[in-house]
Design a protein around this ligand. Structure first.
Ligand code: CP
Length: 305
């Protein structure tokens, strides 16, 4: 299949995901021996118009571990010629002369697609807009589920948080729906529920789901809890008790013994730090997997040119 640019989760087929995960396992071994020089002639540009810790650093670490070089700006709005009014399209055309791949975090939904239309080199969407997608986060999330649950079929998955704008949850829902007998529980305050585009996609592919505002009854039944932030400032009603969406010692007691607790991070109050020591809390391993998955993805893009 054509994987010139990585813009949205829907691009990935199950065979491609399994190829990516095979390669990701090999990248774990590559990192364990310090890296490789296989891609030493390659240059990656990271162009971020919004803040990032995990995505930018793990992409840059991935490129270094592959033996390549990195060009970077961590605040494109301040440190690129966007300040002088240069368009995203012109910036991409210019960077495409200097780098073999461009990793872009843009402020607007559709920014990565716009970039891909003019870029002479592959563009990777590193998260965009409010309610856009973050496909490489979904890839590392799916890889983590695959590693921790030993399967991607037949899983019951609770996605919790501000699901209308949660690009990581949105991208993960698209990816997981490619597997058999997956059931989603979308758990959010009603005004932050998942948007119709995801539900239409799930309906089209006959994927089971339910929308809930109270997680209490469902959490004891699920295999995966995918927790995300809820931005209180966005809520119209100030009386709503957001603590019902938090993971704490009480929730731990209710969860299945082999459930996994995930979070794309950064977290705020929605996961109590006391949860970190529980073996079901996998969010720091999940973040580490981002390095391996992004190495595998970059290598696939370079090898397919
Ligand atoms: N998960 C994630 O995208 O984190 P950053 O915003 O720190 O990159």
């Amino acid at each position: 299949m054509n994987l010139r640019h990585v813009i949205e989760s829907q691009q990935f087929t199950v065979p491609l995901l399994l190829e990516l995960f095979d390669r990701t396992r090999r990248m774990e071994a590559v990192v364990a021996r310090g890296g490789t020089k296989d891609y030493e002639r390659r240059i990656m540009a990271t162009l971020f118009y919004r803040s990032s810790t995990r995505t930018r650093f793990s992409f840059e670490a991935a490129m270094h571990r592959l033996g390549g070089q990195v060009l970077s700006t961590e605040n494109g709005n301040e440190f690129s010629s966007a300040v002088k009014g240069e368009s995203l399209e012109d910036t991409i055309r210019i960077l495409g002369n200097y780098a073999d791949v461009i990793v872009l975090r843009h402020t607007e939904e559709g920014g990565a697609h716009r970039a891909s239309l003019v870029s002479p080199v592959p563009v990777i969407n590193a998260g965009e807009g409010e309610g856009g997608q973050h496909p490489t986060q979904a890839l590392l999330d799916l890889y983590t589920i695959h590693r921790e649950c030993k399967t991607l079929n037949g899983l019951s998955v609770a996605l919790i948080g501000a699901l209308d704008v949660g690009r990581t949850a949105r991208s993960l829902a698209y990816l997981l729906s490619k597997f058999e007998r997956v059931k989603f529980w979308f758990i959010a305050p009603p005004e932050m529920q998942v948007k119709p585009d995801i539900l239409a996609y799930l309906d089209k592919y006959r994927v089971q789901y339910e929308l809930l505002s109270d997680p209490a009854k469902v959490l004891p039944t699920v295999d995966v809890v995918y927790q995300t932030r809820i931005d209180r400032e966005r809520l119209q009603r100030r009386d709503i008790d957001l603590s019902v969406y938090n993971i704490d010692a009480n929730v731990l007691r209710a969860l299945k013994p082999n459930a996994v607790i995930m979070h794309p991070l950064p977290r705020s109050v929605e996961i109590d730090p006391a949860v970190d020591a529980d073996p079901r809390a996998v969010y720091f391993r999940q973040a580490r997997n981002g390095l391996f998955v992004r190495m595998a993805l970059l290598s696939i893009l370079f090898d397919r040119e």
